[in-house]
Design a protein around this ligand. Sequence first.
Ligand SMILES: [Zn+2]
Length: 286
Amino acid sequence: MFRFLNAFLALGVLIGGVAVARAQDAPKREIVQISGDLYRFQNKFHYSVFLVTPEGVIATDPINADAAKWLKAEIASRFGKKIRYVIYSHDHVDHSSGGEVFAADGAIVIAHEKAKRTILGEKRPTAVPQITFKRRMTLELGGKTVELRYLGKNHSDNMIVMRFPEERTLFAVDFIPVKTVAFKSFSDAYIPEWIKSLARVERMDFDILAPGHGPLGTKADVTAFREYMTDLTDQVLEQARKGKSLEETKAAVDLSKYSDWGQFEAWGPLNIEGVYQRTQLNRRGN
Ligand SMILES: [Zn+2]
């Protein structure tokens, strides 16, 4: 009986293990309505949005070629529309890849002018933008509007935000995590300019924040994240100015009021490290 039970338990664990592995392997793809004709597309841990108009669809980050193929087929079957435009939030591969899937059907690709430069320079696996802009651009299709704005450097030097005025929603990727600390140690980031661009987002007119990762938020989440970035940088700078080491800085900085945020334990110390390393670069005059 004992043997049988053990074998049974082992089988149960095995089946459970296989089920868990399958759930992780299968890409979680989903389309959820945000407001009106604006929808959110999820591919595992990445999200983008798309707007359905009588004259076709305005898509945003394709995420990757497989995700883009799935989305194109879903949009065709659910809405009977073609994708007319695709807008990249920034050049990073995990969001911009796969644009060729939409461009092959005639979609026009739009991005910031610096994103085009990086996509070409770094040979990103995606369609090269045909339309670029420097500060702002308004795109109209089928009586609907999306406003594109460059708010300065932040998580990259070519990040734009997309505002859907009728749907009162802002799509902003990678530089405004919702109730989550910043990603690891700020690679490819411009921290003082980042805080300024958050303040610019707070002055924009919208209610719903649709980020590139994690759940939807509101404008209050933008304010909270700007305050986090300000607390983080002010405290790290204070220690660095006193000549404290990284370990001493990590011990002294108190961000406990954000302890209920996502990734606080895992990435919080890396956030401190990322800001601290930059203060050392500045000290050396680079
Ligand atoms: Zn990114």
